[in-house]
Ligand binder design. Structure first.
Ligand SMILES: [Zn+2]
Ligand SMILES: [Zn+2]
Length: 464
C-alpha cells in the first residue's frame, strides 16, 4: 500500500518521512486500527497491513542487521553519520523515522498484533513471513528503546502495549531469534528503565492490562516466565515505593543547603538562590554563609548541570531518594556492619556510601573512601566533598550510581545527603571501643548495638 508507490519517488518519500506531523497522523490512525473490535478488523489483515507499513518505515535500502549482539552493542543513532552505525542502514530514509516518537506506538501495536496472529498458528510459510516481520520490527523497537536519550520512548511503548507483546511471545511457536530478543527485553531492556518516575507511572496500568495473560498456565510454562517473574517482582517493589508515604515526605520537606545548619522544613518556607534557583536556604544568614564560606559562590553556575545532562528530573531524584531509603532500611544491619569493618580498617578516614544499581535493578551498598573512585571527579564532586567535610558530621553522603548499559557505559552518579549524625556518632563510638580489643569482637554485643542504631526510621533528605 505505502511502499511501492513512495519508494519509487525518493524526494517525496524522504520529505514525507522527515515530517513529524506525518508520523503523528499515521500513529493515530494505526492506533485506532489496532484498537478496533476484532470483528471489524481481524488481527490477520491488520498484521499484513502492518508488514506493509513497517516496510515503509524501514525504507527501500533497509538491510537486516545480522544478529542481536550487533543491534545491542553496535547501533548508535547519530544524526551526523550518514548511516546507523553497526547496521549499515541509511539514516536519511530511516533514521529520521527512528528519531520520531510517533513511530513507537505503531511498532509496539504492530508487534502485539503480530504476536497474536503467530499464537493462533496457521500455514507455516505465512507464519514464517510474519515472524520475520516481527523480528525486524523488534529490532527497530529495541534501537528506539535502548538508544534514545531519556525514557520517553519507553513510556510511549508501555502505553501502547509493549508488555502485551512480550507476554504474547510466550504463546508463539518456536522461532529462536525472536525468543532470544524477547528474553533480552524482559531481562535487560525493560528493567533498566525501572528507576524512572515517568516509566513507573505508565508501568502500573500496563501490568494490570496483562494480568490475565501472565497468570495463565501456558505463560507459566513458557521460556520467558522466569525472567518475567524477576522483572515483575522488581517492578512491583518499585511501584510500591512510588506510592509510599516516604516519597511524599521527601517531596514535601527539605534541608537547608547551608551544611552547618540543621533546619528541615516544608519546601515552601525556603528562599531559593537566585543564581541557580536550585539551592535553598532557611534564612538570609545561611545563604550569605554558604555563599562566602561554603563556596557556593564558585559552585552556583555548575550545580545540577550533570543531572540535566542525564535527563534526571526533580521527581526522579525524589524517587531515587525513596528507593535508596527503602533499600537502606531493608539491609540496614548489613550496611552498618560493613561500615563498622570499614571504619576499623580505615580509622578516622571520611567515607561515603555508594548505592550501585545494576542494569537489572539490583543494588549493592558499599562504603568508599573519598578519592578512591576514579569515576567520581570534576567540579561538582569536589564541591560536594568539601561540603561534607564542612558539615562536621551533620551531612553524610550517599551516591547513587546507575549503570545504563550492560557493558557499564553511560553510568550516572548522583549525590544525596543524609542527616543522621546520631548513627554516625554511634558507629564511631563502637568502632573506637572495638579497636581496643583488636582481635576478638563479641559479635553478639556488636549486633545488639547495631540493632539499636538501626531502630528508628530516619527521615533522610536529599541535597545537592
Ligand atoms: Zn539554614
Ligand atoms: Zn546558586
Amino acid at each position: 500500500m505505502f511502499s511501492g508507490k513512495f519508494h519509487n519517488d525518493r524526494a517525496s518519500y524522504t520529505l514525507i518521512k522527515s515530517t513529524p506531523a506525518f508520523w503523528s497522523i499515521l500513529g493515530d490512525a494505526w492506533f485506532h486500527i489496532t484498537q478496533a473490535p476484532e470483528a471489524d478488523l481481524p488481527p490477520r489483515p491488520a498484521v499484513w497491513l502492518f508488514a506493509d507499513l513497517s516496510g515503509f518505515i524501514e525504507g527501500p535500502e533497509a538491510a537486516e542487521p545480522n544478529n542481536l549482539t550487533q543491534i545491542m552493542e553496535g547501533v548508535a543513532i547519530d544524526p551526523s553519520l550518514d548511516h546507523i552505525e553497526g547496521t549499515g542502514l541509511p539514516l536519511g530514509t530511516y533514521g529520521l523515522a527512528l528519531l520520531s516518537e510517533h513511530v513507537v506506538p505503531i511498532l509496539t501495536n504492530g508487534l502485539s498484533t503480530g504476536m497474536r496472529v503467530l499464537a493462533q498458528g496457521g500455514d507455516p510459510g505465512e507464519m514464517h513471513t510474519i515472524a520475520g516481520t516481527i523480528w525486524r520490527t523488534s529490532n527497530l523497537l529495541t534501537v528506539l528503546l535502548v538508544k534514545s536519550p531519556g525514557n520517553h520512548n519507553f513510556t510511549v511503548a508501555l502505553k501502547s502495549g509493549l508488555l502485551r507483546a512480550v507476554a504474547a511471545s510466550a504463546h508463539i511457536p518456536d522461532f529462536p531469534p525472536l525468543q532470544e530478543l524477547l528474553a533480552h527485553w524482559a531481562d535487560v531492556v525493560i528493567p533498566r528503565h525501572l528507576l524512572f518516575h515517568e516509566v513507573l507511572r505508565a508501568l502500573g496500568p500496563a501490568l494490570e492490562d496483562i494480568a490475565d495473560v501472565v497468570t495463565a498456565d501456558a505463560f507459566r510454562q513458557s521460556a520467558v516466565y522466569e525472567k518475567w517473574s524477576t522483572f515483575h517482582s522488581l517492578a512491583h517493589e518499585h511501584l510500591q515505593i512510588l506510592d509510599s508515604p516516604f516519597l511524599d515526605k521527601t517531596r514535601a520537606l527539605r534541608a537547608c543547603d547551608n551544611v552547618e545548619c540543621l533546619t528541615i522544613q516544608p519546601k515552601a518556607l525556603f528562599e531559593r538562590c537566585s543564581g541557580c534557583s536550585s539551592f535553598c536556604y532557611c534564612c538570609k544568614a545561611c545563604q550569605v554563609s554558604d555563599w562566602r564560606v561554603g563556596g557556593h559562590r564558585n559552585a552556583c553556575q555548575s550545580c545540577d548541570a550533570e543531572a540535566r545532562e542525564f535527563h534526571v528530573l526533580t521527581r526522579d531524584r525524589a524517587f531515587f531518594r525513596a528507593l535508596m531509603n527503602h533499600d537502606y532500611q531493608k539491609s540496614k544491619i548489613t550496611v552498618l556492619q560493613d561500615e563498622l569493618v570499614f571504619r576499623h580498617t580505615h580509622p578516622g578516614e571520611p567515607y561515603f556510601l555508594i548505592y550501585n544499581y545494576s542494569i537489572k535493578g539490583v543494588v549493592k551498598i558499599e562504603p568508599h573512601l573519598f578519592g578512591s573512585n576514579q569515576s567520581l571527579s570534576g567540579f561538582t564532586w569536589t564541591d560536594t566533598v568539601s561540603r561534607v567535610a564542612r558539615s562536621k558530621g551533620r551531612m553524610r553522603l550517599d551516591v547513587l550510581v546507575f549503570t545504563a548499559d550492560a557493558d557499564g557505559a553511560g553510568w550516572l552518579a548522583i549525590p544525596f545527603r543524609r542527616n543522621t549524625a546520631r548513627v554516625d556518632i554511634g558507629l564511631e563510638r563502637l568502632a573506637i571501643e572495638l579497636r581496643k580489643n583488636r582481635d576478638t569482637w563479641d559479635m553478639g554485643y556488636v549486633t545488639k548495638v547495631l540493632a539499636a542504631l538501626a531502630l528508628p526510621e530516619d527521615l533522610e533528605l536529599e541535597t545537592h
